[in-house]
Design a protein around this ligand. Structure first.
Ligand code: ACO
Length: 367
């Protein structure tokens, strides 16, 4: 007889195997395909994407094939732009992605040697997401979308389309690092949602949409927008202690703090905090960064009173980095999705090798 396990939040319950990434919550370590993130952040973005998707290091021709495939397919077609045009301008970018991803044109004659049909479909979606986000932003500003330039690198192209001007090499590198940190994180809520969807044999575009929808909540990816807006509302480091005390008294969560898996500091926050500090050295940006530091300190001291420890997660300082790149807060989570979609694709491919319906049961409490 099967032993019944009861858990409403699945905390600490292992629900499958993965070779894609390892979250070591006790030691605060994260690796993709066996390589620690600290060794990956200095690499070209698409080199890390290849490693994540295939489990092996790309040679020069594989990296070029991937770069060419992604840039060639990054332009939006007439129909895709027309659907985007019909959506309300005020629609949140995460809801826009949930509406547009299932409608993207996925046919292509181009092939990357050795990759499966589903890998191509996933990569086609991932190729178009930067253009979708950038086009929406330009349309919100009252401008026409800027066409993708196949001669630019992945993030240089994105920042150009998004902000309407060429970024500095240093901004491109900052985005590379931040997005590498966000590529993948094992069985987090959104990746798991994608695996559940894949387990019903739904197509990859449905699985990615389920993941993107799940990422948007403020307990998960949506915490990036919420954390920076919180820092803006606190309006200066001197107000942080009172803010934190009030939040904890009223059982409100401090956005960007705490993590289900990490019992020590989130290794992504360890990279992002000094990065944010170096970018936010003056003016409003410095005030925002200082406010975040003060909130983190106040949170830690409040929790210490009850013998608990709480640490900043990936979302806490990331917003300050995005802010310095000129990204409005309501676009933060869509940039997260733009990176994490590669992790979702890797999970769809891995799960599909040995697919089994995920279907838990409920304890009936009715009459
Ligand atoms: N602010 C205030 N209290 C917190 C926070 C927080 N950010 N995080 C944890 N706690 C407290 C809880 O109130 C709870 O206290 P209690 O035991 O007295 O009831 C205890 O710590 C455990 O918290 P839970 O929410 O039960 O732990 P869980 O593992 O479910 O939470 C979560 C993880 C949801 C991330 C939580 O820390 C949180 O809500 N953080 C804020 C939202 C956030 O930043 N999410 C992004 C996570 S990273 C990512 O998804 C990419």
């Amino acid at each position: 007889m099967t032993k019944t396990v009861y858990s409403t939040d699945l905390a600490g319950i292992q629900v499958g195997d993965t070779r894609i990434s390892n979250v070591d919550g006790e030691n605060g370590a994260l690796s993709y395909r066996g390589v620690a993130i600290e060794h990956l952040i200095d690499r070209p973005f698409l080199q890390v994407v290849w490693l994540l998707l295939t489990g092996s290091e790309p040679d020069v021709s594989q990296e070029t094939e991937l770069q060419t495939f992604i840039s060639t397919h990054s332009c939006l077609g007439k129909q895709e732009l027309s659907i985007l045009n019909q959506l309300p301008c005020t629609l949140h970018p995460m809801l826009m992605l949930q509406s547009l991803v299932p409608a993207l044109e996925l046919s292509t004659d181009t092939r990357i040697t050795g990759l499966s049909e589903n890998a191509h479909r996933g990569l086609l979606i991932a190729s178009k997401i930067p253009s979708l986000i950038a086009a929406k932003h330009q349309m919100e500003l009252g401008n026409d979308p800027i066409k993708s330039n196949v001669h630019l690198s992945y993030h240089e192209n994105f920042l150009t389309m998004f902000n309407g001007r060429a970024p500095t090499a240093s901004d491109v590198r900052v985005l590379d690092v931040t997005q590498i940190l966000q590529l993948e994180h094992s069985f987090n809520a959104s990746t798991f949602a994608g695996r559940v969807c894949a387990s019903t044999l739904a197509p990859i575009q449905s699985s990615l949409t389920a993941s993107i929808a799940t990422l948007s909540g403020t307990l998960h990816g949506g915490a990036d927008q919420a954390a920076l807006e919180m820092a803006q509302a606190i309006d200066g480091p001197d107000n942080a202690t009172e803010f934190v005390a009030k939040c904890l008294q009223s059982k409100q969560k401090i956005m960007g703090m705490g993590h289900r898996e990490y019992k020590v500091v989130d290794p992504r926050a360890t990279v992002l905090k000094p990065l944010a500090q170096s970018l936010c050295s003056e003016g409003e940006a410095k005030q925002l960064f200082d406010t975040l530091v003060a909130v983190e300190a106040a949170c830690q001291s409040e929790f210490a009173k009850s013998g608990k420890q709480i640490w900043a997660n990936v979302e806490f300082y990331k917003g300050a980095v995005f802010y310095r790149l000129g990204v409005p807060t309501h676009y933060f989570t869509s940039l997260f999705a733009m990176a994490r979609v590669f992790g979702y694709v890797a999970h769809f491919l891995e799960f599909s090798e040995n697919s089994k319906l995920i279907r838990p049961s409920a304890r009936y409490t009715g009459g």
